[in-house]
Design a binder for this molecule. Structure first.
Ligand code: GLN
Ligand code: ZN
Length: 761
C-alpha cells in the first residue's frame, strides 16, 4: 500500500526561506546564499518524507515565490514590460514579475481558490511567444535523485494554468485564454521528455480548477489537452490531482475519461460528494489517490475513521491501486509541531502540522497493508477521545446559546432610516461626515512597548501610560485635523484577530505556526479549539479612556465574527457556522458593554467577509446567510441611537451587495479607491442603499499623498449616484502601515475636500 504527499510548505519550520529571500532582496546576501538555503530546505524535506516511508514524494513543490509564477517562467510567458531577453529566466526577471522593480510594477496577485495563499496571475494575450525558459522542474527532479530520492515532479496542469490567467491589457474583453492551449502544450512536451530522460516514472499535474463551476467548453479543453499530451506521456504514470472541493459530476466524468492518465487524486476532506462518485463510477485499472489527511487545517487526523474510509475504497479500486494521500498541498497548513514548546500538551496531542501529517499518511498506508502501528493508532484514538470530551473544548452554556440562534432571524427592531434620524439627533454631524477606519501608524517605538510588555520587561503601569499617551496624540491630531468621528488608533493591537483571540476562551496561539500568504509573507492564524466565550470586556478600558479625551464621538473598534473565523484555523468537529455564532455572541457582549460605557458609535470590522465565499456558486447563499446573520447578532441588542459601523476590505462587492445591505449596519466604510467605477455602477444600476456609506476616497496601500482636488473629484462622482445625506468621507482602510508624514497631509486633504463640498451643497 502506497503513500503520497500532494505538496509541501516551502518556508521552512522557522521561516528560513522568508529571511533568506528578504536578505537577498535587501542586497544583504548573494544569490548563492539564497540558493543554498533553498537547497537545504528541499533536501531536508525530501529526507524527512523518505525517512517517514512515503512512496510518492513530490518535487517542484518548492518555489522561490509562487508555483504559478514558476509555470509562467517555465513557459517563458514574461510580459513585455519586464524587458526579458530570452534564455533561462533568472532571479532578476523572476522577482521583477513577482514584486516589481524600480521602473515597472509587479504582476497582479490574487487569492489561490478559497485559501489565504496568493498567486501571481499570468497575463496572456495573442502576442505572447512561449518558450521553454525555466528548467526548474527537471533540475529539482535531478537534484532529489542525486540525493537518492526518486520523486514525482509536479507541474501546474496546462488547462488550470490558462483558466487561472487573465487576458493581457488591451484584450481584456475579447481574448480567449484557452485558445493558447496549442501554444503551451509543446513546452509541456519538452518538459515531459526531459523528465523521462532523467528517469522519472511518475508525473503529477495539478488541475484544481476541475472543482470549480466549469462550462462545457472548459471541460473539453481538458479532454483535448491530455489527448494531445498522450503520446509524450506514454511510459509514465500520470496523476491528475484535484483539491479544495468535490469534483462536480460532469467534471468527474471528463476527468476519469482523460487519455493517457493513470491516476486521479481527490480531496476527500472537503469533497464528501466525490466519495459517492468514486463508489459509483471510478474507472477500473486506474490508481486512486485518496486525500484523507487534511492539508488545510492543523488537526490530527482521526485515523480510525480514515482507515475505514480507505478500506471501503480499497474494495472498489483494488489493493494495489489505492494510494493514501493528503487532501491538498500541505502548503496551507503550519510546518512542524516540534517547534511548539509553549502550547499545552493536551492541545498538542490534538494537532498535526505538515511534518506530522506526513507521518499520518504513512501510518494509514502501513495499516492498510497489514502492518498497523498499534501504539500510534491507540495514541491517536485517545487524543481524539480527549478532544471530544475535554472541558476546555466544551462549554454547555455557550453551545445552548449558539444552538438557539439557528433558524432565527435577528434584526434591530427599528429600520435603518429611522435609526439614522435618531442617531443624528444625538451626534449632530455635518453632511459628508469624515472618519478613519481605525488604526493609525504603528511606530517602531510602539511595537517595542507592546513587545516588552508581553515579555514582562515593563510594568503594566508603564505600558498603560505609554498607550494612553499614544491615544492622546492620535486624538489631538484628529481634533486638529477637524475629523468628525474619531478613532483611538488601535495602538494596543498587534493584529485585528489575534488581539481578540487572546482575550476569548477557546483560542490557542502557536509560536511558529506560520502559513505562506504570498512571497515571503506569512500569517500565523490562531487556533479555535473550543467553544468560544468572552470572560471579560476586551476593549472597554481603552475605548472609554479615548472617549474621555474628547467631546467628539469616539468609535469603539471591534473585529466581527466572520473575520475572526475566516482568519483562524477553525474546529473541524462542528460546522463553521456554529463556531461563527459562538464568536458572534462573544462580540455581542462586548458591543453591549461598550454601549453601557457611553460609546455611541461602534465599528465592527468584517474585512474578510467576502473572502470566505465558497468556491462553488451553489454554496454561496448558505454561507452569506449565516455570515450576515452572525454579524447582525452582534448588534441586535443596541439602542436606536447607537450607531453601528462596519468596514470591509476587498473591492469586489457587486455580486454580494444584497448581502451587504442585509447586514443592516448603520454605516459601512469600504475599500474602493482602486475600483471607483465598479462599486458606483451598482448604485447607478438602481440598487437602493439607505444606510450610511463611505467608499474609500484614497488608497492607503500607497505612500502617495492625494490632493484635495482629486479627493473632491472622487466625492463628486459618488454624489452623482448616492444621496448626499448618506455619504461618508474616509480613507480605504486602516492607516497602520503608513507613516505620519504621509497620513497628516493625506487626511488634511480629505477633510479640506469634504469641507469645500459642504460649502457648495
Ligand atoms: N480597523 C482596522 C484597521 O484600521 C481594519 C483593518 C482592515 O480592514 N484590514 O486597521
Ligand atoms: Zn480594510
Amino acid at each position: 500500500m502506497a503513500s503520497h504527499i500532494v505538496g509541501y510548505p516551502r518556508m521552512g519550520p522557522k521561516r528560513e526561506l522568508k529571511f533568506a529571500l528578504e536578505s537577498f532582496w535587501d542586497k544583504k546576501s548573494s544569490a548563492e546564499d539564497l540558493q543554498k538555503v533553498a537547497a537545504d530546505l528541499r533536501s531536508s524535506i525530501w529526507k524527512q518524507m523518505s525517512d517517514a516511508g512515503i512512496k510518492y514524494i513530490p518535487s517542484n513543490t518548492f518555489a522561490y515565490y509562487d508555483q504559478v509564477l514558476d509555470t509562467t517562467a517555465m513557459l517563458g510567458a514574461v510580459p513585455a514590460r519586464y524587458n526579458w531577453n530570452g534564455g533561462e529566466i533568472g532571479f532578476d526577471t523572476y522577482f521583477s514579475m513577482a514584486r516589481g522593480n524600480a521602473s515597472v510594477p509587479a504582476m497582479e496577485m490574487t487569492k489561490w481558490f478559497d485559501t489565504n495563499y496568493h498567486y501571481i496571475v499570468p497575463e496572456l494575450g495573442p502576442e505572447v511567444k512561449f518558450s521553454y525558459a525555466s528548467h526548474k522542474a527537471v533540475t529539482e527532479y535531478k537534484e532529489a535523485k542525486s540525493l537518492g530520492v526518486d520523486t514525482v515532479p509536479i507541474l501546474v496542469g496546462p488547462v488550470s494554468y490558462l483558466l487561472l490567467s487573465k487576458p493581457a491589457k488591451g484584450v481584456e474583453k475579447t481574448f480567449n485564454l484557452l485558445s493558447l492551449l496549442d501554444s503551451i502544450l509543446p513546452i509541456y512536451k519538452e518538459v515531459i521528455s526531459e523528465l523521462k530522460a532523467a528517469g522519472a516514472s511518475w508525473i503529477q499535474f495539478d488541475e484544481p480548477t476541475l472543482v470549480k463551476d466549469l462550462e462545457a467548453h472548459q471541460l473539453e479543453a481538458f479532454t483535448k489537452a491530455y489527448a494531445d499530451l498522450e503520446s509524450s506521456l506514454s511510459g509514465l504514470n500520470v496523476l491528475i490531482e484535484t483539491y479544495f472541493a468535490d469534483v462536480p459530476a460532469e467534471a468527474f466524468k471528463t476527468l476519469t475519461a482523460l487519455k493517457g492518465v493513470t491516476a486521479f487524486g481527490f480531496d476527500l476532506v472537503r469533497g464528501e460528494k466525490t466519495l459517492d462518485l468514486i463508489k459509483s463510477s471510478f474507472p477500473s485499472g486506474k490508481y486512486l489517490f485518496a486525500g484523507v489527511v487534511d492539508g488545510r487545517n492543523i488537526w490530527a487526523n482521526d485515523l480510525a475513521s480514515s482507515l475505514s474510509t480507505l478500506e471501503s475504497l480499497e474494495k472498489i479500486v483494488g489493493k494495489d491501486k489505492l494510494v493514501v494521500s493528503t487532501s491538498c498541498s500541505l502548503l496551507h497548513t503550519a510546518v512542524d509541531l516540534v517547534n511548539e514548546t509553549k502550547l499545552d500538551t493536551e492541545i498538542i496531542s490534538w494537532l498535526a502540522f505538515a511534518a506530522q501529517k506526513v507521518v499520518e499518511v504513512n501510518a494509514l498506508a502501513k495499516a492498510l497493508c497489514g502492518s498497523k502501528d498499534e501504539a500510534f493508532f491507540s495514541a491517536n484514538a485517545s487524543a481524539q477521545a480527549s478532544r471530544k470530551s475535554s472541558p476546555r473544548v466544551n462549554n454547555e452554556a455557550v453551545q445552548k446559546a449558539a444552538a438557539a440562534l439557528k433558524g432565527s432571524d435577528h434584526r434591530r427592531a427599528t429600520n435603518v432610516s429611522a435609526r439614522l434620524d435618531a442617531q443624528q439627533k444625538k451626534l449632530n454631524l455635518p453632511i459628508l461626515p469624515t472618519t478613519t477606519i481605525g488604526s493609525f501608524p504603528q511606530t517602531i517605538e510602539l511595537r517595542r512597548v507592546r513587545r516588552e510588555y508581553k515579555a514582562k520587561k515593563i510594568s503594566e503601569e508603564d505600558y498603560v501610560s505609554a498607550i494612553k499617551e499614544e491615544i492622546s496624540k492620535v486624538v489631538k491630531l484628529q481634533e486638529e485635523l477637524d475629523i468628525d468621528v474619531l478613532v483611538h488608533g488601535e495602538p494596543e493591537r498587534n493584529d485585528m484577530v489575534e488581539y481578540f483571540g487572546e482575550q476569548l476562551s477557546g483560542f490557542a496561539f502557536t509560536a511558529n505556526g506560520w502559513v505562506q500568504s504570498y512571497g515571503s509573507r506569512c500569517v500565523k492564524p490562531p487556533i479555535i479549539y473550543g467553544d468560544v466565550s468572552r470572560p471579560n470586556p476586551m476593549t472597554v478600558f481603552w475605548s472609554s479612556m479615548a472617549q474621555s479625551m474628547t467631546k467628539r464621538p469616539m468609535k469603539g473598534m471591534l473585529t466581527g465574527p466572520v473575520t475572526i473565523l475566516n482568519w483562524s484555523f477553525v474546529r473541524n468537529d462542528q460546522p463553521r457556522f456554529e463556531t461563527c455564532y459562538q464568536i458572534a455572541l462573544a462580540i455581542k457582549d462586548e458591543v453591549e458593554d461598550l454601549e453601557k460605557a457611553g460609546i455611541t458609535v461602534i465599528q465592527i470590522d468584517e474585512a474578510a467577509l467576502r473572502e470566505g465565499l465558497p468556491l462553488r456558486k451553489s454554496e454561496h447563499a448558505f454561507y452569506l446567510d449565516w455570515a450576515v446573520h452572525s454579524f447582525r447578532i452582534t448588534n441586535v441588542g443596541v439602542q436606536d441611537t447607537t450607531q453601528i459601523h462596519t468596514h470591509m476590505c476587498y473591492s469586489n462587492f457587486n455580486d454580494i451587495i444584497h448581502s451587504i445591505i442585509d447586514m443592516d449596519a448603520d454605516v459601512i466604510t469600504i475599500e474602493n479607491s482602486r475600483s471607483d467605477e465598479k462599486l458606483l455602477s451598482v448604485f447607478r444600476e438602481g440598487v437602493k442603499y439607505g444606510a450610511g456609506i463611505g467608499p474609500g476616497v484614497y488608497d492607503i496601500h500607497s505612500p502617495r499623498i492625494p490632493s484635495t482636488e482629486e479627493i473632491a473629484d472622487r466625492i463628486n462622482k459618488m454624489l452623482a449616484v448616492l444621496e448626499t445625506n448618506i455619504l461618508w468621507v474616509n480613507p480605504d482602510c486602516g492607516l497602520k502601515t503608513r507613516k505620519y508624514a504621509e497620513v497628516n497631509p493625506a487626511l488634511k486633504a480629505m477633510v479640506d475636500a469634504a469641507k469645500s463640498l459642504r460649502a457648495k451643497l
